[in-house]
Ligand binder design. Structure first.
Ligand code: ADP
Ligand code: MG
Length: 222
């Protein structure tokens, strides 16, 4: 078992009129090596669930265990450290820093971990090669296509060999051919390095390739 959510609820908003119950007593176990999609209509709680898994938001009630360790009770600093060590992130809109090159974007999580520059250099070049864009290493995000930028963000998400990668609608902005290539890339990283991938998605193409599907509606897992 990699992550376990126990009776996790999340309520946004202060007053009764503005409250949204985004997650309602959710229980979910994620195992090492899972390749899982969380699906459901817009507003069903997918992003909130991913953000809880990431330790980016604290559940209103319930527990989140990562390898048997409570992460919902960690301090802000401990959580940041936990994310840097154990997790990678991929977003619908790539979230690359525009002033950094592809290689510098991939290096960022390693820089934050305080690794030495020689190791950072080697690991980032290897990650860029693995996602097939080593030749674009000195390009800035605006000089790359959407699919190429998503490859940079995937390289960044796996460069430190995290055990878990969370990807929020990673293929939503990509054309069919590029989306298929990106899905194949996720699959190969899952199989080659046993990295666990959790996607939130509307994308039928991605749903067709995952090994498990978790369906959400109105904050509940169906
Ligand atoms: P999904 O990713 O499935 O579209 P979300 O997790 O983004 O769903 O949203 C679930 C519900 O919580 C929605 O009703 C949304 O409006 C609400 N919500 C999400 N984030 C916030 C927030 N930061 N503040 C208030 N309400 C929010
Ligand atoms: Mg969402």
């Amino acid at each position: 078992m990699l992550v376990d959510l126990k009776n996790v609820s999340k309520v946004y908003g202060e007053t009764q009129e503005t409250q949204t119950h985004a997650l309602k007593t959710v229980n979910l176990t994620i195992n090492k090596g899972d390749f899982m999609a969380i699906i459901g209509p817009s507003g069903s709680g997918k992003t909130t669930l991913l953000n809880c898994l990431a330790g980016l938001i604290t559940p209103t009630t319930g527990e989140i265990l990562f390898k048997d360790k409570r992460i919902d009770q960690l301090s802000l600093e401990e959580r940041t450290e936990h994310r840097l060590t154990n997790m990678g992130f991929v977003f619908q809109d790539y979230q690359l820093l525009p002033v950094l090159t592809a290689k510098e974007n991939v290096e960022l999580p390693l820089q934050l971990k305080g690794m030495d520059q020689k190791t950072i250099n080697e690991l980032s070049l290897k990650a860029l090669d693995e996602v097939g864009i080593l030749h674009l290493k000195d390009r800035f995000p605006k000089e790359m296509s959407g699919g190429q930028q998503q490859r940079v963000s995937i390289a960044r998400s796996v460069v430190s060999r995290p055990s878990l990668v969370l990807a929020d609608e990673p293929t939503a902005n990509l054309d069919s051919k590029t989306a298929q290539e990106v899905i194949d890339l996720f699959l190969s990283l899952n199989e080659k390095h046993q990295i666990t991938f959790i996607f939130s998605t509307h994308d039928q193409r991605l749903m067709d390739h995952v090994k498990k599907i978790v369906k959400m509606q109105d904050g509940v897992i169906l």
